[in-house]
Design a protein around this ligand. Structure first.
Ligand code: PLP
Length: 363
């Protein structure tokens, strides 16, 4: 198959075509280098500008000040579930967790192994269909940090703005909505995001950490697990995932030059999501959205059909129309359409048209 399909995968996910084309063009030999990105030393004069530009582009896109370090790590976001408490949660301290879905729960599970935790809010009773209101948060003012998941990839529930947590450092798992809109980074202590949804391929995880928090990394931590070690070594303590960093750099360049920055990206993302949610709202319950309207994700649109039979039929008929990877996560079922930054508007329009037609035939 050489024709590209519309790929609604939750991750690894669709990448911008111009980025894939550039990777293809440069695969045998990076311009001026004569070897591929897969074959050069991470300490070579060819790679250093690549990792530096990756960082520069991220700093530009998100207006990240010098008060923050930007790290390129491995181990995915799941390693961050452990590294966050191992570095930031000292003995005798407690960390607050806000739970709005599956990933927040998994983060908490790992944190419990490293230290003392509290639950500041849990959306379980409502089957994780919303984020908390400010007054519902039960925060510990002395907590080492407050952790939340800005977009719950499985439930399709997203914070429109970060929770207000006062002076306690705010830690965010931004894995599935990183770079989808501008972020007031100064409000955060730490942001982490695996790349394989909005920022690049699997293999690299971005960590943006307020430098002041690096002091908390215990020197006795194994080197790889210490944010301070990575920051002091410019993410070169060990060999970084060079190919993934290279693609991330290209994706960030695409956002800056072709899209025109994160305000423009956010506008595109809102428009794409609106098309699908309008169809949900028009469908008279045939498509039952999971998230409450005010907490709907711009990245992962989740909904159910009236029966398992219709769900299976929906997925298989969609595939015949080139609309792939629409099955919901195995833990919740239904349908999930992931419409990350690189999903073109035409893909979302094609899905919306298919949904209308399917509902007319089967509703
Ligand atoms: C919100 C969120 N957090 C964490 C993860 C885990 O990421 P990884 O597989 O890179 O460890 C995912 C992956 O889908 C995710 O969506």
């Amino acid at each position: 198959m050489t024709q590209r399909v519309y790929n609604f995968s939750a991750g690894p996910a669709v990448l911008p075509v111009p980025v894939l084309e550039q990777v293809q063009r440069e695969m045998l030999a990076l311009p001026g280098v004569g070897a591929s990105i897969l074959e050069i030393s991470h300490r070579s004069g060819a790679f250093l500008p690549i990792i530096e530009d990756a960082e520069k582009n991220l700093r530009k896109l998100l207006s990240i000040s010098d008060d923050y370090a930007v790290l390129f790590l491995q181990g995915g976001s799941r390693l961050q579930f452990s590294m966050v408490p191992m570095n930031l949660l000292g003995p005798g301290q407690v960390a607050d967790y806000i739970l709005t879905g599956s990933w927040g729960n998994d983060a908490l599970k790992e944190a419990k192994k490293a230290g003392e935790t509290r639950i500041a809010w849990d959306g379980k009773a409502g089957n994780y269909d919303r984020v908390p209101r400010r007054e519902e948060l039960n925060l510990e003012p002395q907590a080492a940090y407050v952790h939340f998941t800005s977009n719950e990839t499985i439930q399709g529930v997203q914070f429109a703005a970060e929770p207000e947590v006062g002076d306690v450092p705010l830690v965010c798992d931004a894995s599935s909505d990183f770079l989808h809109r501008p972020l007031p980074v100064h409000k955060y202590g730490l942001i982490y995001a695996c790349a394989q949804k909005n920022a690049g391929p699997a293999g690299v995880t971005v960590v943006i950490i307020r430098k002041e928090l690096l002091k908390r990394s215990d020197p006795k931590l194994p080197g790889y697990l210490s944010y301070d070690v990575h920051a002091q070594n410019g993410s070169m303590w060990n060999t970084p995932p060079t190919f993934a960093v290279y693609v991330l750099k290209l994706v960030a360049e695409w956002l800056l030059s072709e899209v025109g920055g994160l305000e423009a990206m956010h506008a595109r993302n809102k428009e794409k999501a609106r098309l699908l949610y309008e169809e949900l709202d028009r469908s008279g319950g045939f498509y039952a959205g999971h998230a409450r309207p005010e907490c709907r994700s711009l990245m992962n649109v989740t909904f159910r059909l009236p029966s398992e039979e219709l769900t299976t039929q929906f997925v298989s008929e969609a595939k015949k129309r080139n609309l792939h990877e629409l099955k919901g996560h195995r833990s919740v079922g239904g349908i999930r359409a992931s419409i990350y930054n690189a999903m073109p508007l035409a893909g979302v329009e094609a899905l919306r048209d298919f949904m209308e037609e399917f509902r007319r035939k089967n509703g």
